[in-house]
Write a protein that binds this ligand. Structure first.
Ligand code: GTP
Ligand code: MG
Length: 290
């Protein structure tokens, strides 16, 4: 007798920097979302699809939960609400090293939400068993949470347990996506994100949240993809920083992005980047449209 097949959507929620995007990549087995040590890396709801023998699990990575201070962050919060509305299961990701009362209040908001809530305790490779035990003890009053699962996306710890747990709570259903698909993002969207990731990972402080990448040309000619990308920043001095001394930083960003793009697309990539200043773009609706 064949097993009952499940299919459903799992929203990955949590504070900025909790490890949601690293988790979706580890679960799906390849990069669908960009990751960085700075908060506010993810800006859109990104789907990653995992097919197991028993289920198709559609994970939705979301931006970190934060109070919106501009139109961009308002849009990011709408992405979270949208993901939650369509979720069959909520997976709340808690960084084992950063569990505050504020975070726990956010978790408590999902008590009466009507879908199973699983808490994933992330980055357990960076703590001790004693600290993990202490965190689990701190969470014991949250009885509405179906399961608490310690994981490490970097060390592949607890991921199998998490997948088996999610299979239990997903609704019965046939697969929605073809089983060769691991995301529904287009190559062009992924390319935009890869360029942004290369920038974020080479910059520090507040600059990354003020950066947007817009691809203005994306053409495949025989075995080469030609990509022109505008890097939009918020302030004239940010432009100087991104370009770097004699263009050293922008060259290094371009090289890192190109290597990753070539891996993604499986062919040669010619990448041209242009750095532009558009002050206050995060508060201008036209710049927030994709
Ligand atoms: N030690 C350790 N670090 C991790 C792990 N998972 C993620 N990180 C690090 O945590 C930081 C944030 O990871 P992301 O996956 O980008 O976090 P996020 O929750 O998607 O962040 P936002 O998109 O900004 O909300 C990065 O520096 C990751 O390398 C893990 O399993 N172990
Ligand atoms: Mg993220």
């Amino acid at each position: 007798m064949s097993k009952i097949h499940k299919c459903g959507t799992v929203a990955l929620l949590g504070e900025p920097n909790a490890g949601k995007s690293s988790l979706i990549n580890a679960l799906v087995g390849c990069q669908v979302a960009i990751t960085a040590p700075v908060a506010g890396t993810t800006r859109d709801a990104i789907r990653g699809i995992l097919n197991t023998e028993q289920a198709q699990i559609i994970f939705i990575d979301t931006p970190g939960m934060q109070k919106a201070t501009n139109l961009l962050e308002q849009k990011m919060n709408r992405m979270i609400s949208g993901a939650v509305k369509t979720a069959d299961v909520i997976c709340f990701v808690l960084d084992v090293n950063r569990i505050s009362n504020k975070t726990l209040t956010k978790l408590a908001n999902y008590e009466d939400f009507g879908v199973p809530v699983i808490v994933v305790i992330s980055k357990t490779d960076s703590t001790t068993p004693a600290k993990l035990f202490q965190v689990l003890d701190q969470l014991k009053d949250y009885s509405f949470v179906k399961e608490f699962i310690p994981i490490s996306a970097h060390k592949n710890i607890g991921l199998k347990t998490l997948i088996e747990c999610l299979e239990k709570y997903l609704p019965v259903g046939v697969a929605i996506y073809d089983d060769t698909m691991y995301t529904d993002s287009s190559e062009r969207t992924m390319a935009t994100e890869i360029i942004r990731e290369a920038i974020i990972n080479q910059l520090h402080d507040e600059i990354p949240t003020g950066i947007k990448v817009v691809i203005t040309k994306y053409e495949t000619e025989q075995r080469t993809t030609v990509i022109d990308a505008d890097i939009i920043c918020d302030k004239p001095n940010h432009k100087k920083i991104i370009i770097g001394k004699r263009g050293a930083l922008i060259r290094s960003i371009g090289m890192k992005a190109r290597q990753k793009l070539e891996k993604l697309l499986g062919q040669h990539v010619m990448l041209h980047t242009y750095v532009l200043v558009r002050e206050g773009w995060r508060d201008q609706a036209t710049w927030l449209q994709d």
